[in-house]
Design a protein around this ligand. Structure first.
Ligand SMILES: NC(=O)c1ccc[n+]([C@@H]2O[C@H](COP(=O)([O-])OP(=O)(O)OC[C@H]3O[C@@H](n4cnc5c(N)ncnc54)[C@H](OP(=O)(O)O)[C@@H]3O)[C@@H](O)[C@H]2O)c1
Length: 273
C-alpha cells in the first residue's frame, strides 16, 4: 500500500511510527513537508520517502493522510486535488469539516474525518472518526487501522458529534492536567514535599483510570466504594458538590463544543467568502 502524509509534524510522526510497527506488509510511505528538518528527521527515523511539495510521485497513493495544521490545510490541499482522486483521504486535522476538505479537493468524497488527542503522541490516544455515505466498509476499516496505530478508535454517527469528541477527549487531556496541577498544589500546601505530591497525584490518576478501565461496575459505584459515610472522601466530595463542580464541568465542555463549531466555520471559510 502507498500512503502519503501531507505534513510531517508531531501527529504524522506518531502515526507513521505506529503504522510501521503494526502494518504487514510494510506500507510505502511518502511524506510531503516543506520543512527540511522534518524531512531529514523522518527519512532518518523511518526510512520513508520525503518531498518538499506535492509531486507526481505522490500520484500513486492509496491513502492520503492530512496532518497539517488546520490553518495550513486549504493552501496545502489545493495542489493535491488531482493526486487525491483515487485515494482514501483521512484527515486528522482538528475542526476542518468534510465538506470543506471535499471542496478543496475538487469534490472528492472518499474522506474520513478524525479527531485524535495528544496522548496519541505516545501511542495512548483515542480518536473519534466520522465518514459520510460515500465511504465504504473497506475504507472505514483502513481509516480505523491508521488511527489505531496510536491508540483507540470510536466512530460517531454524525459529523457535528466530532465537536463533542473535541470537547471531551480532544481537549480532555488539558482538563486532566489542570486537575493534576490543582491536586499537586493542594498536596504541597497541606505540607507534602512537592515531588512527593506530584508522585502521589500521578499515581492516583494512573491507578484510578486503570481501576475504572478494569471494573465491571459503573464508575459511580467505584466512587461510592471509597466514600464512607462521615469519612474523608465524603468531606471532599461534599465540598466539590457544594460548588457545583459537575455543572461547571458541563458548562466548560459546552463552551469547548461551541468553540469547536466556530473554529470549523473559520477554518473552512474560503478567502473570498
Ligand atoms: N499534536 C496532537 O496531539 C494533535 C491532536 C489532535 C489533532 N491534531 C491535528 O493534527 C494535525 C497536525 O498537528 P501536528 O501537531 O502534527 O502539527 P505540526 O507538528 O505543526 O505538523 C504540521 C507539519 O505540516 C507542515 N506543513 C505546513 N504547510 C504544509 C504544506 N503546505 N504541505 C505539507 N506540509 C505542510 C508543517 O511545516 P511548518 O512547521 O514549516 O509549517 C509541519 O511540519 C493538526 O491539524 C492538528 O489539529 C494534532
Amino acid at each position: 500500500m502507498n500512503i502519503t502524509f501531507l505534513g510531517g509534524g508531531n501527529m504524522a510522526t506518531a502515526l507513521i511510527g505506529g503504522l510501521l510497527k503494526q502494518a504487514e506488509p510494510r506500507p510505502r510511505i511518502t511524506v510531503i513537508d516543506p520543512a527540511q528538518s522534518q524531512r531529514e528527521r523522518l527519512a532518518r527515523e523511518f526510512g520513508v520517502q520525503t518531498l518538499a511539495a506535492a509531486a507526481p510521485q505522490a500520484q500513486a497513493c492509496d491513502l492520503l493522510v492530512l496532518a497539517v495544521k488546520p490553518q495550513q490545510m486549504r493552501e496545502a490541499l489545493l495542489p493535491l486535488a488531482a493526486q487525491a482522486r483515487s485515494a482514501l483521504v483521512v484527515s486528522v486535522a482538528a475542526g476542518i469539516r468534510c465538506a470543506d476538505l471535499s471542496r478543496w479537493l475538487g469534490g472528492h468524497t472518499r474522506i474520513v474525518r478524525t479527531m485524535p488527542n495528544t496522548p496519541a503522541l505516545i501511542g495512548a490516544g483515542i480518536t473519534g472518526l466520522w465518514a459520510g455515505p460515500a465511504v465504504g466498509e473497506a475504507d472505514r476499516a483502513l481509516a480505523e487501522q491508521v488511527v489505531r496505530a496510536v491508540g483507540e478508535a470510536v466512530w460517531v454517527a454524525q459529523e457535528p458529534l466530532l465537536d463533542a469528541v473535541t470537547a471531551l477527549s480532544g481537549s480532555g487531556p488539558a482538563y486532566v492536567f489542570y486537575f493534576i496541577e490543582a491536586m499537586q498544589a493542594a498536596g504541597a500546601r497541606l505540607g507534602l514535599d512537592p515531588e512527593a505530591a506530584a508522585r502521589l497525584t500521578l499515581a492516583t490518576f494512573r491507578g484510578a483510570a486503570a481501576l475504572a478501565g478494569a471494573a465491571t461496575v459503573p464508575v459511580s459505584t467505584l466512587r461510592e466504594q471509597v466514600t464512607s459515610k462521615g469519612g474523608t472522601t465524603a468531606a471532599a466530595l461534599a465540598s466539590m458538590q457544594s460548588h457545583g463542580l459537575a455543572a461547571r464541568i458541563d458548562e466548560a465542555m459546552t463552551a469547548a463544543c461551541r468553540r469547536a463549531a466556530e473554529l470549523a466555520d473559520e477554518f473552512g471559510r474560503d478567502p473570498q467568502a
